[in-house]
Design a protein. Structure first.
Length: 690
């Protein structure tokens, strides 16, 4: 293997990372995203970076791609026209849901509109008992009539969700066969294949979302695959999944919901890999792009996984990396609300027209405009000077929309925008740390994305996080994550069991079936035996509880029920602060993850040097605040390309590179480690950053 490429599509930019496996050199490239057809920017970006480095398309050995197509289709509600076949009496379950309001204290907040309209839902005359036995046989004539009805109404995809099919899929299998016979052109999503778990509404919602995305993802993936082949690239690309793993294009077409939040997942995977390399076990990831900020937590080297998250207001019961996303990026628009308060986001200027300083027709002030006015961004341009910035347009936008309405100076308005942005980000970090029982002071902050370095040091100081790490090529770090991840597929069975000896055989059979599925997938992906791993977990609860906690173990420990119970009590104590070892425990869900280890892109390493003369690119006046006063400080500007392992200096300082900018506050110390990471020590001092 010689050359590997990872492509991450963002709302503003598409990032490309190229690695020469032989000399371990990393090349990065950014190109404006093309939201109407993301593949245009992807293919143009790949061709540009290969041309710049005199590499033929045919020499590429590995290509992985993080997609936002599924996310955008859901946000913009541009999925397929979807029909639903559901057990008789349950056609309104999409509206009823689990009877929780979107906002507890907002009585006027509306639930999102279902992805399947009422007249596109057909009831199937059948019924199972809760143990999977048949109460009412399926009426085939009625089913066929319902299928023709959906076909006549012009649906493109059909979701099938029958009661208790996660225990006995017999009726759903019949429905699928009849659909394939009478409506073969439809995309079919069947609940027992997508999410064979209990909790009827979550299973229904997940199956519907999968169907809604199916035709869109299928069309995109087939076009993308064809574009890759026609370009002369001889490898089939991999797609990132929401669980942090990758999968082949063909598999992603069958389970499109698994790609729903694939973009941010790559950054978390990259941070976990970096943490292992430099021995950082506990990490908070902080990814700031043009539109949003994505924050996640890694404990003991393992990213947190959530098995039920909401996508556009609807539950999606599939394993996803536990990522908190907020509308806070470089393009987030600042505005004054009716009460006179300064707000930032969630609306973004995006890539077109973009911030006012981009000179592309944007007029509203954004975070990037504020950073430019304060001297934190280079007024001569970004992306290595390839993209010029209009500081006068930035000043005009802030003056018009903020200063005149709030009656404050330009500098205070710009600093206020940064302060509000930072406050929003701090709340998000606390959401995944403090509110889940973790102390941020026990973690390091790994910051990346185009805007991560602009805000990380201020957030770390506020949260008393002792260390900030800015990776090399931090602005394109997510695309690096695509080159250090593995093939990963998750399987689940759901059945309430008492953890007693007589249930051991059934318990083992669940995992035996799932492992067989995992082996089949890894066979299809041509993963050798030596590169296969299987992870085991059970979700359990005390009898009478409404939610479960996961416990993790290896295959040999599956027979040790006493150990499994001890693990559950220990986890309950950790999460809730108490446990009841003598109480009856119930096993609910059984999960297995099949992993096929892939080649990992090597990270550039160099020996530590000792030098006293670190080249300074220039000095620039940068605006800081110290609590009581605000002032410009003459600040040294460093070119990151000129820094070498062993370099150490103190803030204030600004470090510029092609894809991002890093701000070091006064009193903080920076050190360049052997892997070219910027390691910033956040010390207590008299200087206070607002």
């Amino acid at each position: 293997m010689n050359y590997m490429i990872g492509v991450d599509v963002g709302g503003t930019f598409t990032d490309i990372t190229l690695i020469n496996v032989n000399d371990k050199k990393i090349k990065n490239h950014k190109i404006r995203s093309t939201p109407a057809d993301p593949s245009i920017a992807i293919m143009n970006g790949i061709k540009e970076i290969l041309t710049k480095n005199n590499i033929a398309l045919s020499e590429l050995d590995y290509l992985a791609h993080g997609t936002t197509v599924a996310t955008n289709a859901l946000i913009e509600r541009k999925g397929a026209r979807t029909g639903l076949l559901i057990t008789e009496g349950f056609r309104d379950l999409l509206e009823i849901g689990n009877q929780t309001r979107p906002s507890l204290y907002d009585l006027f907040k509306q639930k999102p509109e279902p992805f399947v309209e009422g007249y596109l839902r057909e009831e199937v005359k059948e019924r199972l008992y809760s143990d999977g036995s048949v109460y009412k046989e399926l009426d085939r004539n009625s089913l066929i009539s319902s299928i023709h009805s959906l076909k006549d109404k012009g649906v493109e995809a059909v979701a099938v969700n029958l009661l208790f099919s996660y225990i006995n899929p017999e009726h759903e299998i019949i429905v699928k066969k009849e659909l394939e016979k009478y409506f073969p052109e439809a995309y079919i999503s069947v609940s027992h294949e997508i999410v064979p778990e209990f909790r009827e509404y979550s299973r229904l919602s997940t199956t519907v979302i999968n169907a809604y995305l199916g035709p869109v993802i299928k069309s995109y993936m087939e076009n993308f695959k064809e574009s890759v082949l026609q370009s002369g690239i001889n490898v089939e690309p991999y797609i990132t999944q929401s669980n942090g793993g990758i999968i082949s294009i063909n598999e992603s077409v069958s389970y499109p919901i698994r790609t729903a939040v694939s973009g941010p997942a790559a950054g978390v995977v990259a941070a976990a890999h970096l943490g292992k390399v430099i021995d950082l076990k506990n990490v908070i990831t902080f990814d700031v792009g043009g539109t949003s900020a994505d924050i996640s937590l890694i404990e003991n080297g393992i990213p947190k996984i959530s098995t039920e998250r909401q996508i556009e207001g609807y539950p999606a019961k599939i394993p996803m990396l536990d990522i908190v996303t907020i509308g806070a990026g470089g393009g987030s628009i600042a505005w004054i609300d009716e009460g006179g308060a300064l707000k930032v986001g969630p609306e973004s200027a995006g890539s077109n027209p973009g911030p006012a300083c981009y000179g592309n027709g944007g007029t509203h002030p954004t975070v990037s405009d504020a950073n430019l006015v304060l001297g934190r961004l280079n007024p001569k341009g970004i992306l290595g000077g390839e993209m010029s910035l209009d500081i006068n347009a930035a000043k005009t936008s802030i003056q018009k929309y903020i200063c005149e309405k709030a009656n404050i100076t330009l500098e205070k308005a710009a600093m206020g925008i940064i302060d509000v942005m930072n406050a929003n980000m701090i709340r998000a970090i606390r959401l995944i740390s403090v509110e889940q029982g973790y102390d941020p002071r026990d973690f390091s902050l790994v910051a990346f994305g185009g805007g991560g370095g602009l805000h990380a040091c201020a957030l770390a100081k506020e949260l008393k996080i002792p260390k900030v790490v800015i990776p090399p090529a931090s602005g394109t770090f997510c695309s690096l994550g695509l080159l250090v991840t593995d093939i990963r597929s998750d399987y689940v069975r759901s059945f309430p069991l008492k953890p007693i000896d007589k249930n051991k055989a059934l318990l083992q059979n669940f995992f035996k079936e799932m492992k067989k599925q995992g082996i089949a997938l890894l066979d299809k992906e041509h993963i050798p035996e030596s590169k296969r791993k299987f992870l085991y977990s059970i979700e359990a609860r005390y009898v009478g509880q409404n939610y479960e906690l996961p416990i993790y173990f290896n295959e040999e420990e599956l027979n040790n029920l006493e150990l499994l119970l001890q693990l559950f009590n220990k986890e309950h104590q950790k999460v809730y602060g108490y446990s009841y070892p003598d109480s009856e425990i119930q096993f609910i869900n059984y999960r297995l993850t099949a992993i096929g280890e892939q080649p990992k892109a090597p990270l550039h390493f160099a020996e530590i040097q000792k030098r006293s003369d670190i080249p300074i690119k220039e000095y620039r006046k940068v605006y800081f605040s110290n609590g009581n006063d605000v002032a410009y400080k003459l600040t040294p500007i460093y070119n990151r390309d000129n820094l070498v392992p062993g370099d150490t200096f103190n803030g204030p300082a600004i470090i510029e590179q092609m894809d991002s900018t890093t701000i070091i506050l006064p009193g903080q110390q920076i050190y360049v480690d052997s892997y070219f990471n910027l390691v910033i020590s956040v010390k207590e001092n008299t200087y206070e950053e607002n």
